[in-house]
Structures are given as C-alpha cells and as structure tokens.
Design a protein around this ligand. Structure first.
Ligand code: T3D
Length: 259
C-alpha cells in the first residue's frame, strides 16, 4: 500500500488501518494526505455510519515519521501542523459519524493525539500511550494539550505531558483514557461490535450529540441548556425520531435511515 493507509468498508462501518508496520505506522506526508482524504470522503458518505481507526502490526501509530525530518525540503513544524495534522484532528471532530480508535499497540506523539481526538477508545492489552514529544524537545501537539486534560484531568495530563512515561492499557483504563481493554486478538471484533451498535443509531442524532459534547468545553450551563434545546429541536423534527417513537410503541428495534 504506497500511501500507508488501508480503507475497508463493510456495510455501514469503515475501518481505516494505518499501514506502515515497519516504522510503527509513523506518519509520512502521503499517509497524512490519505488519512485526511479518507476522513473527508467518509464524512460525506451517508452510507457509512461508524468508523474504526486502527494500526497494522504491533503499533497503533508512532506519530510523525522522524525520518522525514532529515529531509532538507521538509517544511517547518508549525506549517506541518497547520496544514497536515490539524485538518486531520478537525475532520475527526467535525464528521458526523462516531470514530472508534482501536488501539492495538503503542500510540506515541501525534499518534496518541489522533487517538485522543476519536470519540471512543478501546485498547488491546499491549497498548500504551507515550507523549513522546518532550523526549525530542517538542511540545505536545495535534490537540493533545486540549484533549488530554479533558479526558484524564489536568494533574494526570500534566504528568503525562511533562514526564512522558508510557501509560499502559490497564492504567489507561483506570484513568478513563480508554473505555475498554481486551486481548489483542479480540480488539477488532470488539471494535466492530461497538461500531455496529453505533451504526444502528440515528445518524443525525449521533452527529448532533458529538457537537453538543464538544461545545460543553467552552460554554457555561446556560449556553449548554440552550444548545441542547436547539439541537433537540433539529433531532425532534427528523423521520428517525418518529421511527424511534414508533419502534418503542411497537416493541421492536428501530430502523433509522438518517433522515
Ligand atoms: O512534523 C513534525 O515533526 C511536527 C509534528 C510532530 C508530531 C509528532 O508526532 S512528534 C513525536 C514523533 N514520535 C516520536 O518521537 C516517537 C518515536 N518513537 C519512539 O519513541 C518509539 O519507537 C516508541 C515508543 C513509539 C516504540 O518503541 P519500541 O521500543 O517499541 O520500538 P522501536 O524499536 O523504537 O521502533 C521500531 C521501529 O520503528 C524502529 O525502526 P528499526 O530500527 O526497526 O528500523 C524505529 O526507528 C521505527 N520508528 C518508531 N517510531 C518512529 C519510527 N520511525 C520513524 N518515525 C517514528 N516516529
């Protein structure tokens, strides 16, 4: 796979596989382009209702491919972030479909940041998170300083970012960084069960729920209550809401269509 990304669509679930296992799926320019393009394409595809992001081999993603930094033509880091990493993080947050990070192994640097930006994280027993930025004299980026305190609290975020010690799967579960840990050979199946559950949900309601959850970080309770009322006004007008009510009355599972 020349661009280091595999995209597999099976029914309503798209699985994105970072696929450069010899370098622990470290991100090259072509991979970042391919990942952004895939996320944008999926965001516009109403037939895809849930996404799984995982890595090939023993790693989830080791962050920026450091070999690229030896290229004299490499762009400055701030430009690399603005033009290549930040759009990926924004795409993960703005797409309506829920994204599950299935963290199969080490997630380091921007690889960890990308996992943090997903909606749900489940991990293999071998997974570990390494905020590797400080070890190479860099600052956590790609949203890590925004997501991490919100996920695990500021004290743990500070320890992870400043000390940089690896957080193993068990610890990640304990501090709420992942919601489930499973044996490695069960990871993709567990992600698929979750993805199918999400894919059976009402797509617009899920998209609006993502929006509502993200908004809470920058608003007060009054704004949150107003925002929920506004989004509920939209969700309440959908055919999916009517279908949900019918299904409840008829004691059957709902068949949501995204309308
Ligand atoms: O453009 C910009 O720079 C701005 C954006 C920055 C965002 C960032 O992500 S900065 C942070 C970059 N990532 C890192 O600093 C992590 C570097 N890697 C590691 O610290 C370790 O490899 C791990 C903790 C991830 C895993 O350790 P371990 O012992 O399990 O594996 P290993 O032996 O270190 O690595 C295995 C191979 O993968 C090895 O190659 P080799 O010797 O077998 O040919 C290693 O060089 C390669 N590899 C690992 N990480 C990277 C990498 N190659 C290129 N880039 C990497 N990031």
């Amino acid at each position: 796979m020349p661009d280091g990304l595999r995209v597999e669509v099976d029914g309503p679930v798209a699985t994105l596989i970072l696929d450069r296992p010899s370098a622990l799926n470290a991100l090259t320019v072509p991979m970042k382009r391919a990942l952004l393009a895939a996320l944008e394409e999926i965001a516009a595809d109403r037939s895809v209702r849930a996404v799984i992001l995982t890595g090939a081999g023993r790693a989830f993603c080791a962050g920026q491919d450091l070999a690229e930094r030896d290229d004299p033509a490499a762009v400055p880091l701030d430009i690399e972030l603005r033009e290549r990493y930040n759009p990926i993080i924004r795409a993960l947050r703005s797409m309506g479909q829920p994204v599950i990070a299935a963290i199969n192994g080490v997630a380091a640097g921007a690889g960890a940041s990308i996992a943090f930006a997903c909606d749900i994280r489940i991990a293999a027993e071998e997974a570990r998170f390494v905020l590797a930025f400080g070890r190479i004299g860099l600052v956590p980026d790609s949203g890590a300083t925004w997501f991490l305190p919100r996920l695990v609290g500021s004290a743990r975020a500070a320890e992870m970012a400043l000390v940089g010690d690896p957080i193993d799967a068990e610890q990640a579960l304990r501090i709420g960084l992942v919601s489930k840990v499973v044996p490695r050979d069960e990871l993709l199946a567990a992600a698929r069960v979750l993805a199918d559950q999400l894919a059976a949900g009402a797509p617009l309601a899920l998209a609006l729920t993502k929006q509502a959850l993200d908004r809470t970080w920058s608003i007060d309770l009054d704004d949150a209550l107003d925002g929920e009322a506004r989004l509920q006004g939209i969700a309440g007008g959908t055919a999916d809401h009517a279908e949900g009510l019918s299904a409840f009355r008829e004691k059957r599972p709902p068949r949501f269509t995204g309308t």
